[in-house]
Design a protein around this ligand. Structure first.
Ligand SMILES: Nc1ncnc2c1ncn2[C@@H]1O[C@H](COP(=O)(O)OP(=O)(O)OP(=O)(O)O)[C@@H](O)[C@H]1O
Length: 241
Protein backbone atom coordinates (compact mmCIF):
# COMPACT_ATOMS: atom_id res chain seq x y z
CA UNK A 1 0.00 0.00 0.00
CA UNK A 2 1.73 3.22 -1.10
CA UNK A 3 1.81 6.19 1.25
CA UNK A 4 1.43 4.03 4.37
CA UNK A 5 3.99 4.49 7.15
CA UNK A 6 6.91 2.06 7.04
CA UNK A 7 5.84 0.62 10.39
CA UNK A 8 2.82 1.03 12.66
CA UNK A 9 2.73 -0.69 16.03
CA UNK A 10 -0.10 -0.75 18.55
CA UNK A 11 0.50 -3.71 20.82
CA UNK A 12 -0.01 -5.28 24.16
CA UNK A 13 2.41 -8.18 24.65
CA UNK A 14 2.56 -10.50 27.64
CA UNK A 15 5.43 -12.90 28.38
CA UNK A 16 6.04 -15.32 31.23
CA UNK A 17 3.42 -16.73 33.53
CA UNK A 18 2.30 -16.77 37.14
CA UNK A 19 4.24 -14.40 39.36
CA UNK A 20 6.79 -13.61 36.64
CA UNK A 21 4.33 -12.35 34.06
CA UNK A 22 5.45 -9.20 32.21
CA UNK A 23 3.27 -7.02 30.03
CA UNK A 24 4.39 -4.27 27.70
CA UNK A 25 2.21 -1.81 25.82
CA UNK A 26 3.62 0.12 22.90
CA UNK A 27 2.09 2.40 20.31
CA UNK A 28 4.18 4.17 17.70
CA UNK A 29 4.52 4.86 14.02
CA UNK A 30 7.57 5.25 11.78
CA UNK A 31 6.92 7.12 8.52
CA UNK A 32 10.39 6.15 7.19
CA UNK A 33 13.96 5.91 8.46
CA UNK A 34 15.07 4.70 11.88
CA UNK A 35 13.01 4.38 15.03
CA UNK A 36 15.02 4.34 18.25
CA UNK A 37 13.71 2.47 21.32
CA UNK A 38 15.30 3.54 24.58
CA UNK A 39 14.68 3.24 28.32
CA UNK A 40 15.88 1.31 31.36
CA UNK A 41 16.87 -2.33 31.41
CA UNK A 42 13.91 -4.67 31.72
CA UNK A 43 11.38 -2.15 30.38
CA UNK A 44 10.29 -4.31 27.43
CA UNK A 45 12.33 -3.14 24.44
CA UNK A 46 13.49 -6.61 23.43
CA UNK A 47 10.03 -8.09 24.00
CA UNK A 48 8.65 -5.43 21.63
CA UNK A 49 11.29 -6.19 18.97
CA UNK A 50 10.52 -9.91 19.23
CA UNK A 51 6.80 -9.23 18.81
CA UNK A 52 7.45 -7.11 15.70
CA UNK A 53 9.64 -9.95 14.35
CA UNK A 54 6.70 -12.33 14.87
CA UNK A 55 8.50 -14.43 17.50
CA UNK A 56 5.92 -13.61 20.19
CA UNK A 57 2.22 -13.41 19.40
CA UNK A 58 0.77 -10.24 20.96
CA UNK A 59 -2.10 -10.50 23.38
CA UNK A 60 -3.88 -7.80 21.45
CA UNK A 61 -3.24 -5.11 18.85
CA UNK A 62 -1.58 -4.83 15.50
CA UNK A 63 1.69 -4.56 13.59
CA UNK A 64 1.59 -3.12 10.07
CA UNK A 65 4.50 -3.01 7.69
CA UNK A 66 4.02 -0.58 4.77
CA UNK A 67 0.26 -0.94 5.36
CA UNK A 68 0.25 -4.76 5.42
CA UNK A 69 -1.14 -6.31 8.61
CA UNK A 70 1.36 -8.78 10.08
CA UNK A 71 -0.61 -8.94 13.33
CA UNK A 72 -4.18 -7.91 13.80
CA UNK A 73 -5.80 -9.32 16.91
CA UNK A 74 -9.29 -8.19 15.87
CA UNK A 75 -9.07 -10.12 12.59
CA UNK A 76 -7.10 -13.10 13.94
CA UNK A 77 -4.08 -12.27 11.73
CA UNK A 78 -0.62 -13.46 12.82
CA UNK A 79 1.91 -13.86 10.01
CA UNK A 80 4.65 -16.28 11.16
CA UNK A 81 8.15 -14.87 11.64
CA UNK A 82 9.63 -16.69 8.63
CA UNK A 83 7.08 -15.10 6.28
CA UNK A 84 7.47 -11.50 7.51
CA UNK A 85 10.70 -10.66 5.67
CA UNK A 86 11.96 -8.84 8.73
CA UNK A 87 15.67 -9.01 9.57
CA UNK A 88 16.43 -9.38 13.29
CA UNK A 89 19.86 -8.94 14.82
CA UNK A 90 19.49 -9.97 18.48
CA UNK A 91 21.76 -8.61 21.22
CA UNK A 92 23.89 -11.77 21.33
CA UNK A 93 23.96 -11.94 17.49
CA UNK A 94 23.03 -15.66 17.55
CA UNK A 95 25.70 -16.67 15.01
CA UNK A 96 26.33 -20.34 14.30
CA UNK A 97 29.78 -21.19 15.71
CA UNK A 98 30.13 -24.36 13.58
CA UNK A 99 29.77 -22.39 10.33
CA UNK A 100 32.24 -19.99 8.74
CA UNK A 101 31.42 -16.37 7.86
CA UNK A 102 29.92 -17.21 4.47
CA UNK A 103 27.95 -20.14 5.94
CA UNK A 104 26.40 -17.80 8.48
CA UNK A 105 25.56 -15.13 5.90
CA UNK A 106 23.81 -17.52 3.49
CA UNK A 107 22.16 -19.64 6.20
CA UNK A 108 18.58 -18.50 5.52
CA UNK A 109 18.88 -18.35 1.73
CA UNK A 110 17.61 -20.86 -0.85
CA UNK A 111 19.68 -24.04 -1.28
CA UNK A 112 21.23 -23.00 -4.61
CA UNK A 113 22.55 -19.78 -3.06
CA UNK A 114 23.91 -21.72 -0.07
CA UNK A 115 25.80 -24.10 -2.38
CA UNK A 116 27.23 -21.41 -4.65
CA UNK A 117 26.87 -17.80 -3.55
CA UNK A 118 25.80 -15.46 -6.34
CA UNK A 119 26.86 -11.88 -7.12
CA UNK A 120 24.42 -10.33 -4.62
CA UNK A 121 25.91 -12.29 -1.71
CA UNK A 122 29.47 -11.55 -2.82
CA UNK A 123 28.63 -7.85 -3.16
CA UNK A 124 27.12 -7.88 0.33
CA UNK A 125 30.29 -9.45 1.81
CA UNK A 126 32.27 -6.75 0.06
CA UNK A 127 29.95 -3.98 1.24
CA UNK A 128 30.42 -5.03 4.85
CA UNK A 129 34.17 -5.59 4.58
CA UNK A 130 33.86 -9.37 5.00
CA UNK A 131 35.23 -10.69 1.68
CA UNK A 132 38.66 -11.57 3.08
CA UNK A 133 37.04 -13.26 6.09
CA UNK A 134 34.48 -15.38 4.22
CA UNK A 135 36.15 -18.69 5.21
CA UNK A 136 36.94 -17.67 8.81
CA UNK A 137 35.37 -19.37 11.81
CA UNK A 138 33.05 -16.90 13.52
CA UNK A 139 34.38 -17.72 16.99
CA UNK A 140 37.80 -16.50 15.83
CA UNK A 141 36.46 -13.05 14.91
CA UNK A 142 36.52 -9.80 16.87
CA UNK A 143 33.27 -8.44 18.31
CA UNK A 144 33.05 -5.88 15.50
CA UNK A 145 33.60 -8.48 12.80
CA UNK A 146 30.94 -10.70 14.37
CA UNK A 147 28.51 -7.79 14.32
CA UNK A 148 29.26 -7.28 10.61
CA UNK A 149 28.47 -10.97 9.99
CA UNK A 150 25.20 -10.69 11.92
CA UNK A 151 24.28 -7.62 9.89
CA UNK A 152 25.20 -9.30 6.60
CA UNK A 153 23.11 -12.35 7.49
CA UNK A 154 20.09 -10.15 8.23
CA UNK A 155 20.54 -8.13 5.00
CA UNK A 156 21.14 -11.20 2.80
CA UNK A 157 17.47 -12.14 2.96
CA UNK A 158 16.52 -8.69 1.56
CA UNK A 159 14.29 -7.77 4.49
CA UNK A 160 11.61 -5.09 4.40
CA UNK A 161 12.51 -3.95 7.93
CA UNK A 162 15.59 -4.42 10.11
CA UNK A 163 15.41 -4.87 13.89
CA UNK A 164 18.64 -4.20 15.79
CA UNK A 165 19.00 -4.86 19.53
CA UNK A 166 21.88 -2.72 20.83
CA UNK A 167 24.01 -3.47 17.76
CA UNK A 168 26.97 -1.32 18.82
CA UNK A 169 26.91 -1.46 22.61
CA UNK A 170 29.46 -4.28 23.07
CA UNK A 171 32.03 -2.66 20.77
CA UNK A 172 34.94 -0.35 21.47
CA UNK A 173 34.80 3.24 20.26
CA UNK A 174 36.62 2.66 16.96
CA UNK A 175 34.45 -0.34 16.01
CA UNK A 176 31.32 1.53 17.07
CA UNK A 177 32.21 4.34 14.71
CA UNK A 178 33.10 2.18 11.71
CA UNK A 179 30.23 -0.30 12.07
CA UNK A 180 27.81 2.52 12.83
CA UNK A 181 28.81 4.11 9.54
CA UNK A 182 28.46 0.83 7.61
CA UNK A 183 25.04 0.32 9.15
CA UNK A 184 23.82 3.81 8.30
CA UNK A 185 25.08 3.44 4.72
CA UNK A 186 23.50 0.00 4.33
CA UNK A 187 20.12 1.32 5.50
CA UNK A 188 20.30 4.44 3.31
CA UNK A 189 21.40 2.53 0.20
CA UNK A 190 18.37 0.25 0.47
CA UNK A 191 15.92 2.87 1.85
CA UNK A 192 15.42 0.21 4.52
CA UNK A 193 13.46 1.21 7.62
CA UNK A 194 14.85 0.00 10.95
CA UNK A 195 14.07 -0.21 14.65
CA UNK A 196 17.13 0.14 16.86
CA UNK A 197 17.46 -0.33 20.62
CA UNK A 198 20.15 1.75 22.27
CA UNK A 199 21.13 3.14 25.67
CA UNK A 200 23.54 5.60 24.10
CA UNK A 201 22.45 9.20 23.46
CA UNK A 202 25.11 9.76 20.77
CA UNK A 203 23.98 6.65 18.91
CA UNK A 204 20.33 7.68 19.24
CA UNK A 205 21.17 11.10 17.78
CA UNK A 206 23.17 9.61 14.92
CA UNK A 207 20.47 7.14 13.87
CA UNK A 208 17.07 8.24 15.10
CA UNK A 209 14.25 9.81 13.13
CA UNK A 210 11.57 8.81 15.66
CA UNK A 211 12.14 8.12 19.38
CA UNK A 212 10.12 5.87 21.67
CA UNK A 213 10.70 5.80 25.41
CA UNK A 214 10.07 2.66 27.47
CA UNK A 215 9.46 2.81 31.21
CA UNK A 216 8.61 -0.14 33.42
CA UNK A 217 4.89 -0.31 34.13
CA UNK A 218 3.91 2.42 31.65
CA UNK A 219 2.94 2.29 27.99
CA UNK A 220 5.87 3.13 25.72
CA UNK A 221 5.48 6.56 24.16
CA UNK A 222 6.91 8.61 21.34
CA UNK A 223 8.96 11.65 22.38
CA UNK A 224 10.06 14.61 20.24
CA UNK A 225 13.70 14.55 19.16
CA UNK A 226 14.65 17.74 21.04
CA UNK A 227 13.28 16.34 24.31
CA UNK A 228 15.19 13.06 23.95
CA UNK A 229 18.46 14.64 22.92
CA UNK A 230 18.18 17.69 25.15
CA UNK A 231 18.43 19.93 22.09
CA UNK A 232 17.11 23.43 22.21
CA UNK A 233 14.46 24.22 19.66
CA UNK A 234 14.75 27.17 17.25
CA UNK A 235 14.73 30.65 18.76
CA UNK A 236 11.03 31.51 19.28
CA UNK A 237 11.73 35.11 18.19
CA UNK A 238 13.95 34.78 15.12
CA UNK A 239 13.47 31.10 14.19
CA UNK A 240 17.25 30.48 14.04
CA UNK A 241 18.47 27.14 15.43
N1 LIG B 1 10.11 -15.21 27.64
C1 LIG B 1 10.00 -14.53 28.78
N2 LIG B 1 9.37 -15.06 29.85
C2 LIG B 1 9.24 -14.36 30.99
N3 LIG B 1 9.69 -13.13 31.18
C3 LIG B 1 10.33 -12.55 30.15
C4 LIG B 1 10.52 -13.21 28.89
N4 LIG B 1 11.19 -12.38 28.06
C5 LIG B 1 11.41 -11.24 28.77
N5 LIG B 1 10.90 -11.35 30.00
C6 LIG B 1 10.91 -10.29 31.05
O1 LIG B 1 10.31 -9.15 30.47
C7 LIG B 1 10.92 -7.97 30.99
C8 LIG B 1 11.35 -7.10 29.82
O2 LIG B 1 12.47 -7.72 29.15
P1 LIG B 1 13.19 -7.08 27.89
O3 LIG B 1 14.28 -8.03 27.55
O4 LIG B 1 12.19 -6.76 26.86
O5 LIG B 1 13.79 -5.73 28.49
P2 LIG B 1 14.70 -4.65 27.77
O6 LIG B 1 14.00 -3.35 27.90
O7 LIG B 1 15.04 -5.11 26.39
O8 LIG B 1 16.00 -4.68 28.69
P3 LIG B 1 17.58 -4.53 28.31
O9 LIG B 1 17.79 -3.06 28.05
O10 LIG B 1 18.27 -4.98 29.55
O11 LIG B 1 17.86 -5.41 27.14
C9 LIG B 1 12.06 -8.42 31.88
O12 LIG B 1 11.62 -8.37 33.22
C10 LIG B 1 12.30 -9.85 31.44
O13 LIG B 1 12.81 -10.62 32.50
Amino acid sequence: MSGAPALEVDLQVTVGRGASVFTVEARFSLPAGVLVLFGPSGAGKTVTLRAIAGLIRPKRGSVRLAGEALDDGMRGVHVPAERRRIGYVPQDQALFPHLDVLGNVVFGLPRAERKKPGPATLALLDELGLSALRGARVDALSGGERQRVALARALAAEPRLLLLDEPLSALDRAARFSIGRSLREALARRSLPAVLVTHDAEEAAAFGDVFVQFERGKPARELPREVVLGEKGPCPHCGKP
